[in-house]
Design a binder for this molecule. Structure first.
Ligand code: AR6
Length: 175
């Protein structure tokens, strides 16, 4: 198995249960509490997470910011803002989605953390087709691991069994 793959786990579950250093939130540009994985993360973290997000105030699409995790079992939350599918040219959306994964991994490593869990950014409310998003996610993680060798544990947390199948298939086809 190539070295990068040994650092990646594909699993099904609720990302709020992950006890790795950092979990990533699929956030919006205003860092407002929303539905989906964002709602789940805020619910478990508690109201202090909303205050921490309000203090930061916002984050442009394709970028990421870090807060404490409050009542979550992880240490920190990275809020990455994925693109809204259909909002721009396809290639632009793909590079913004790639940037979410890379920025999150760069921030994780820069803050001295080595394990990170991702949801399928943009694949819910923001409407990114799963197969395309999954391919971009895994290729970005591969690149992010090359750029950040101190990261040793990346978990791709799929919410449904259908998402898990897709991730496992695409992961299996990669070199
Ligand atoms: N654990 C892991 N994955 C989850 C969980 C969970 N607990 N809950 C949902 N998912 P979405 P987006 C999956 O809509 O498309 C929010 O309101 C879900 O099945 O959460 O980036 C934000 O505030 C899907 O595969 O994020 C923004 O306004 C994936 O998480 C906006 O939605 C992402 O779905 C962001 O939309």
């Amino acid at each position: 198995m190539p070295n990068w793959k040994a650092k990646v786990t594909i699993c099904q579950g609720d990302i709020t249960d992950e006890d790795c250093h950092v979990i990533v939130n699929a956030a919006n540009e205003d860092l407002r509490r929303g539905g989906g994985v964002c709602g789940a993360i805020h619910m478990v973290a508690g109201p202090e997470l909303e205050e921490a997000c309000d203090d930061i105030g916002g984050c442009p699409t394709g970028e990421a910011v870090m807060t404490d995790a409050f009542d979550l079992p992880c240490k920190k939350v990275i809020h990455a803002v994925g693109p809204i599918y259909g909002g721009g040219a396809g290639q632009e959306e793909a590079s913004l989605l790639e940037s979410c994964y890379l920025e999150s991994m760069n921030l994780c490593a820069a803050e001295g953390f080595s394990s990170i869990a991702f949801p399928g950014i943009s694949t819910g409310t923001y409407g990114y087709p799963l197969e395309e998003a999954c391919q971009i996610a895994l290729e970005s993680v591969k690149l992010g691991l090359e750029e950040n060798p101190e990261i040793t544990d990346v978990r791709m947390v799929c919410f449904t069994l259908g998402d898990l199948d897709q991730y496992e298939r695409i992961f299996g086809e990669m070199e």
